[in-house]
Design a protein around this ligand. Sequence first.
Ligand SMILES: NC(=O)C1=CN([C@@H]2O[C@H](COP(=O)(O)OP(=O)(O)OC[C@H]3O[C@@H](n4cnc5c(N)ncnc54)[C@H](OP(=O)(O)O)[C@@H]3O)[C@@H](O)[C@H]2O)C=CC1
Ligand SMILES: O=C(O)C1=NCCCC1
Length: 357
Amino acid sequence: MSTKPPVYYNADAVRRFLTWPLVNNAVETALTAVVKHHCQELPAQSFAIQPKRSFTACGDHSGKVLLTMPAFVGNYRLQASPECSRELGNHRSTLACKLVTSFRDNPERNPPLPSIHAHVLLFDNQTGQLAAIMEGTDLTTWRTASASVVATKHLYFRRFGVQAEKEMPINVAIVGCGVQGQIHAAAFCANFRVRKLNLYNRTEAKAQEMAEQLQRELGTESGTQILVCRSANEACQDADVICIATYSKEPLINIKDLKSKQGVHINAVGAGVVHFSEVSPDIYHQAKVYVDCYANAEAELKGFPVPISAELGAILLEGNYPNETDISVFQSMGMASEDACVAQAVHDAIVSSADDS
Ligand SMILES: NC(=O)C1=CN([C@@H]2O[C@H](COP(=O)(O)OP(=O)(O)OC[C@H]3O[C@@H](n4cnc5c(N)ncnc54)[C@H](OP(=O)(O)O)[C@@H]3O)[C@@H](O)[C@H]2O)C=CC1
Ligand SMILES: O=C(O)C1=NCCCC1
């Protein structure tokens, strides 16, 4: 009996197929698949089996950790997009496991390295054989920013109607200009009408460098004003949407930093030792808080200061949006189901383009 070795997709092979329509679609699919009542009441719909991810510390160093993230996403459909047309209309299932390390001191190495490195293993769900190994670092970066885009679309723009995400200009603050800050800035400019982009980073030179690079990429015609700020307070003052992605163990943004009496949405992406340390409790106390997945929240948000309003996927399914003047927080932890659906979509796109040529 012969077994086929798994295909290996390197970072370049994956990067060619990462586009916002493909990733947003796969992330929305994953977010709705994890909503439990959805699966029980509508058995013909998608569902996810997503056990708790494991954290293995590298020795006694809390800043060096390996996460194991398994998921089975069943009976789901990716919507029409040019990149994944091959499987259009077909229900499918994906068994995958992401292995990801977070070594927070890597950017200080000489030469610097990213903090996060990942690979996704895709299995044949009929035989259990390992079908593909996909470099997953960019995939992780993109799907995380995409989850914030999806959250902003449904928790912020939809308060103002279905056209708002296409028509309404917004001011965006990026707090933390590392890998996640950079991809969030790019994602928000690509997906929404960003009037003003305020950048704050502990090391100001990195924010400056990012501003120059973005300005080059967006071009002078973009209509987005990019500003490097001296403090998180300055960055957030006039922001409609805030994306915060750092390793800070202390709050970097407080309620007094936010626009008052107007709606604000925060994508809280980063993690110090706990996931919610970079945002002050006084914000959580006044906000409606949403998570990607209750099961992850139960395991990873121990001591969280307020009750969770809902899973983001439930808002996508039910349309129970916040009110116009609410503060909403998407407490993003990252889910294996997102990685599974994005990896599958990339795999399909690669196979489809090979068939076409
Ligand atoms: N929710 C999710 O799905 C995911 C979350 N993450 C999380 O996002 C965060 C950022 O990751 P990534 O961008 O890849 O990491 P990077 O190492 O690229 O960037 C880290 C950023 O955090 C800043 N920072 C670190 N410590 C502090 C501090 N004490 N006070 C203020 N700023 C600080 C750094 O500033 P400086 O330049 O000055 O060092 C830098 O801007 C991490 O917490 C990571 O775990 C990552 C992937 C997925
Ligand atoms: O979901 C992920 O991937 C990660 N989440 C938290 C930090 C490391 C990577």
